[in-house]
Design a protein around this ligand. Structure first.
Ligand SMILES: [Zn+2]
Length: 448
């Protein structure tokens, strides 16, 4: 009898690894790691304090959200049906100038609960005061990749201050735990000077961390950049030395064939955010062409203010449908590939595929159980199609990260949901009436 910490019995296991789909499986967890993943009939007998009955459920790797701004849950629904530049400049940036550190903490914690409830176990975040996001993720029990937002918008001093803050947070968190990882987060080419981007590259190299940026999201901004520099955004990233396997580029909508070749050559990773791209009418990225070129593409929700949900099941469905519509071909982005993008490819995009993204012995025990005893999931002829086209985030029954059960029978165990909802709502309403806390240079930039 082998002694472990947790056992899940009788489930169908979608390993997303070499073993593929395992029917009537068992998963054993010890010290936060997967000790055994395989068929019940072949498994040794395990003894554990926690035994979960997985019958009627699919066990799969926790979903990986490659691009979000968790604290923006506070802005959910506050400015709707506006183009990206108007949305940012007229509503979001002025509101962000009023944010206090505690607002970011509660906004991020609210998002962590939403992510747990819809099966996300690891998220890649870009925002200010990322130490508050780390605090929320640690309390909720999620795994996260923090990218401190850096922007100069023509004001060198602001860029210097934000880069310094990003480096400070990177030093504080990088390599300290397997639950919190760090990247640097220069916002975009339209909001960061080339000089600042060069400095970001130098610091990222020194710190040995990746870089997370918004790339070619808006047609107008991409065209502006081309008219100023005479080159594409991807070309410019090459010029400042940022193209490489540790660059995570969100969106990548307005890119050329040449850009795709360059991205593939340098091993750039892409975060595809179909819902946000549709909502802000930013355009439809050429995911099929990126995949055909060999680029690794993960999925993201983008922030809750431009989505307005963090449900990765919904994102998987839109990810597939939008590409089929774009190429006029239903064979584009089949369901299995979309599940890969939400799990193992997402992990690859974040450089974490050695730890997460598939259920294989030795990897972290980041597992979700999807309850398939639901009318909208019967019958299951194809498990990938069921997950992408029929399942919803609310079908997730149990969530485990590092072997710790964060949610069981849809009850979140790590945080007081009612209290967080109350506090986050209070913070969001207070923000609308509060005066800006931005000073000096930030006020000038934001014109507030
Ligand atoms: Zn974004």
């Amino acid at each position: 009898m082998l002694r472990v910490d947790l056992v899940i019995r009788g489930c169908m296991i979608l390993t997303m690894g070499e073993a593929g789909l395992v029917r009537d499986g068992v998963i054993a967890v010890k010290d936060g790691l997967l000790a055994y993943v395989g068929r019940m009939i072949e498994a040794p007998s395990f003894e554990a304090d926690t035994i979960i009955d997985g019958s009627g459920k699919i066990a799969m790797p926790g979903l990986v959200n490659c691009h979000t701004h968790a604290a923006m849950s506070l802005f959910r629904g506050v400015a709707e049906d506006k183009p990206l530049d108007v949305w940012l400049r007229e509503t979001i940036w002025p509101l962000e100038s009023k944010l206090r550190r505690e607002d970011i903490y509660y906004g991020a914690l609210l998002s962590c609960i939403e992510m747990i409830r819809s099966g996300t176990t690891c998220f890649s975040d870009m925002y200010f005061h990322e130490d508050m996001v780390a605090r929320a993720a640690m309390e909720a029990g999620l795994r996260c990749v923090l990218s401190s937002g850096i922007i100069d918008a023509g004001h060198k001093t602001l860029g210097r201050i934000l880069l310094r803050e990003a480096v400070k947070i990177a030093r504080e968190y990088h390599g300290v735990s397997d639950r919190v990882f760090v990247m640097l987060g220069p916002h975009a080419l339209y909001s960061c000077s080339l000089d600042l981007l060069r400095k970001v590259r130098e610091r990222a190299e020194e710190l040995n961390v990746g870089v997370h940026i918004h790339l070619a999201e808006s047609e107008r901004d991409s065209a502006n950049i081309r008219s100023i520099h005479g080159r594409s955004e991807v070309d410019l990233l090459g010029e400042v030395g940022l193209l490489g396997p540790r660059l995570l580029a969100a969106h990548c909508i307005h890119i050329s064939d040449g850009d795709i070749v360059l991205m593939a050559k340098h091993g750039v990773k892409v975060a595809y955010n179909p819902v946000s791209n549709m909502k802000l009418a930013s355009g439809i990225p050429r995911i099929k062409d990126l995949l055909d070129a060999g680029v690794v593409v993960g999925l993201g929700t983008d922030g809750p203010a431009s989505n307005n949900s963090l449900d990765m099941f919904e994102t998987m469905k839109f990810a597939a449908l939008l590409q089929k519509a774009r190429y006029g071909d239903p064979r584009v982005l089949p369901a299995k590939k979309v599940v890969e993008m939400a799990t193992i490819d997402g992990a690859r995009a974040l450089g974490l595929d050695g730890l997460i993204g598939s259920l294989e012995a030795g990897k972290k025990a980041d597992i979700i159980l999807v309850d398939i005893n639901k009318p909208h999931l019967k019958p299951i002829h194809d498990v990938y199609a069921a997950l992408v086209y029929s399942a919803r985030g609310s079908d997730v029954d149990t969530v485990i990260v590092d072997g710790r059960v964060l949610m069981e029978n849809r009850r979140v165990k790590t945080v007081d949901e009612a209290e967080v909802m109350r506090r986050a709502e209070e913070k969001a309403y207070n923000l609308l009436s509060r005066r800006s806390v931005a000073r000096g240079i930030a006020r000038k930039i934001l014109k507030i």
